[in-house]
Design a protein around this ligand. Structure first.
Ligand SMILES: [Zn+2]
Length: 684
């Protein structure tokens, strides 16, 4: 592993932080913490931790010996000084004399000795850092180290690989007990330059930031070299079907299978992130992949991301795709059953009250294709994929030099169900549309963009489809929540299909369609040329049908219901003069909505329409408003609020109606009017 220390960079960081009143120790602590955090082979997404022992001054001017240690929730790659809260050393050191200390009391002790009470919780490994005498202490979950400690005879192997330079600490759950034992191991051989924690990772330490960092890179390299020189990668591969199905063919099936059924057709859905590379596929194609997956996570910290380990499924045969849904469902059910048994048997061992997490896999390995990370958000799904790549690295190394044997699931359980993690989960309430994907046509227009924004704020990821790709991207950025923009002419069936394919590629599927794109052509119906009417039907009817067909195709594969929402306009029920070219296809689209409600209700797919009128948008521009109000001899304000309520109706009001229809789980074949009241357009 390359040592990235650079004197000039380090000194620049010291100088930059000095201007902000941060001392040299802490600045260098930030510097090497980021170097370690930027390397996925060392730590991932909040894993690992670092510390330095320094001095800090409290509000009344008293100076204290403190441990600045990584705070919970901070990612080492982007750490800032406030991510390394200062805890008074005196109390921490005194705790070593205690016989026992519960996790809750340990947190209380650490919090009550913070210099700044607003700091995040100091790491669960704080006491281990405190009990070691060195000024700088670094801790990672290096994949090369895991290849060596995830073995049956790990203690002997650690001795062989590192000689007497590293102390060996048997596996103990992180916390007070581990800190005490680690300190005893250090005291028994005080010339060691670090500690290897069985089934867990590595600590290195030094008198300054550079020494601790250099030692981390050095010993990780020693481990990498050992694996490379002594390892023979296992080569037996499973037989693959002659014709493999594509990832996009199976993504919606898989996404549907891992959704958590809440009963009565309600689901907590997940996002799927597909990840592949030659290295991933080469490993996943192993004949023993299901066996490896079943053995568990390479370091216990990963259980927060991928539970007890990945799920492996058979390679999908393109010629037997029809049967594959049942194959996937069978594997997911088996995984969930094992998970429930794991929870129940371990939970029964004591009186602690725990809530079982959902039993669904978070990482699916598909031979021939790659892997899918699953999570309630795209971010979580991507993290699961990142973790999957590092799990593969560790297992490949462990199998090359021996036999991958990670922490047992019984020992993993107390960590996955650590009381403080459970409390964190309880506080993390999902939003109404968390885990759902909405595809919006005409997504960059006034109504489309407002709808995307509102749905994203309610937890959905939005796929914003618009003729103009730049505007689609802009609207996606404005909507936030990792939404995406796609440019497409939706009157072209191939481009419509490509937009849905993109949704499947990025998120794994689609749950909500807002079929919103439209345009108006004017002319008295008797004199209207056929070409204009047909053009209007292409966009205002056939594009809705094509969008709905694509959405239903994916929803049926998922098997978790869904909802189709159509923007049908007041024209669908109340024609305006010279607006036939617009009103006719809109009337057809209103009936299209009802037809889908009728034909797909049994599959849990709902279908609703919104009749909006007089909304400032691309259809009703400021220029048109000026001309129409002028023609009627009323002010623009009077024209825009010419309804029963006497109030202007906005794109946000339409977005609210779509949101309501998306959330109303027992509402289908509904038409919601958003026009401020127009009795002539009221539905019977
Ligand atoms: Zn750790």
């Amino acid at each position: 592993m390359k040592n990235l220390w650079n004197d000039a960079d380090a000194e620049k960081m010291v100088a930059d932080y000095a201007r902000k009143g941060v001392g040299r120790d802490l600045a260098l602590r930030v510097y090497t913490t980021r170097l370690l955090g930027g390397e996925p082979r060392l730590v991932l997404h909040g894993g690992g931790n670092t510390s330095c022992k320094t001095r800090a001054t409290d509000l009344v001017g008293d100076e204290w010996d403190v441990l600045c240690v990584k705070g919970s929730g901070w990612d080492m790659a982007v750490i800032e000084p406030q991510g390394l809260p200062a805890v008074k050393m005196g109390a921490l050191l005194k705790a070593r004399g205690l016989e026992r200390l519960s996790d809750e009391d340990m947190v209380a002790l650490q919090r009550s000795n913070l210099i700044d009470p607003a700091s995040p919780n100091p790491s669960v490994e704080t006491l281990l850092h405190a009990f070691l005498p060195h000024k700088f202490v670094d801790h990672t979950h290096s994949t090369a180290i895991l290849a060596i400690v995830d073995q049956e005879d790990s203690e002997a192997l650690v001795g062989k690989v590192f000689g007497g330079k590293m102390g060996y600490v048997p596996y103990i759950k992180p916390g007070f007990d581990l800190a005490k034992v680690a300190a005893e191991v250090f005291d028994a051989g005080r010339n060691v330059e670090g500690l290897i924690l069985d089934k867990h990772g590595i600590f290195t330490f030094g008198d300054d930031a550079r020494q601790a960092y250099d030692r981390m890179i050095h010993y990780v390299t020693v481990a990498e070299d050992y694996v490379a020189k002594n390892g023979t990668p296992k080569t037996a591969k499973a037989a693959l079907p002659a014709k493999l199905a594509k990832a996009s063919d199976i993504a919606p099936m898989l996404r549907g299978a891992v959704a958590v059924a809440r009963g009565e057709g309600r689901f907590d859905r997940m996002i799927s992130d597909f990840r592949t590379s030659d290295a991933i596929v080469d490993f996943i194609n192993s004949a023993k992949i299901a066996d490896y997956a079943g053995r568990g996570v390479s370091t216990p910290d990963l259980s927060i991301r991928i539970k007890t380990g990945p799920m492996a499924v058979p390679a999908p045969d393109a010629d037997k795709l029809g049967d594959y849904k049942a194959v996937i469902r069978g594997h997911v059910e088996a995984f969930a059953k094992d998970y429930r048994a794991y929870f129940e048997s371990n939970d029964a061992l004591d009186d602690v009250k725990r809530i079982m997490l959902d039993p669904m896999p978070r990482l699916t390995l598909v031979p021939g294709l790659g892997m899918f990370g699953h999570g309630r958000t795209l971010k979580d799904a991507k993290i699961a994929s990142d973790v999957g790549e590092m799990w593969i690295e560790a297992v490949r190394g462990a199998e090359a030099i021996g036999n991958f044997q990670p922490l047992s699931k019984a020992d993993l359980f107390p960590l996955e169900y650590w009381s403080l993690e459970q409390a964190k989960l309880a506080a993390n309430k999902p939003k109404p549309l968390t885990g759902q994907v909405v595809l919006i046509t005409g997504g960059a227009g006034a109504i489309g963009a407002a709808t995307a924004k509102l749905f994203a704020a309610n937890g959905a990821h939005a796929v914003i489809v618009d003729l103009d790709p730049a505007k689609a991207a802009e609207a996606a950025k404005a909507a936030g929540n990792n939404s995406i923009g796609v440019g497409a002419d939706i009157t072209n069936p191939a481009e419509m299909r490509a937009a849905f394919d993109k949704a499947v590629a990025v998120y794994g599927g689609v749950d909500i369609l807002v079929s919103n794109a439209g345009a108006a052509w004017e002319g008295r119906i008797g004199e209207l040329d056929d070409a204009t009417l047909r053009k209007s039907f292409e966009l205002n009817f056939f594009a809705h049908q094509s969008a709905a067909q694509n959405a239903v195709r994916i929803m049926l594969e998922q098997g978790t219901g869904g909802v189709l929402l159509f923007n049908t306009s007041k024209q669908a029920v109340n024609p305006g003069p010279k607006f036939g070219a617009y009103g006719l296809p809109k009337a057809a689209t209103l009936f299209l909505s009802r037809q889908y409600a009728l034909d797909y209700g049994a599959h849990g797919i709902r279908s609703n329409a919104v009749n909006a009128d007089r909304i400032r948008s691309g259809l009703l521009t400021d220029t048109m408003i000026a001309s129409r109000s002028g023609a009627r001899g009323v002010s623009e304000k009077e024209y825009m609020s010419g309804n029963l309520l006497g109030q202007e109706v906005t794109a946000d009001d339409v977005a609210q109606a779509f949101l309501h229809q998306a959330l109303a789980e027992r509402t289908t074949a509904d038409v919601t009017t958003v026009d401020g009241g127009n009795i002539a357009a009221a539905l019977r």
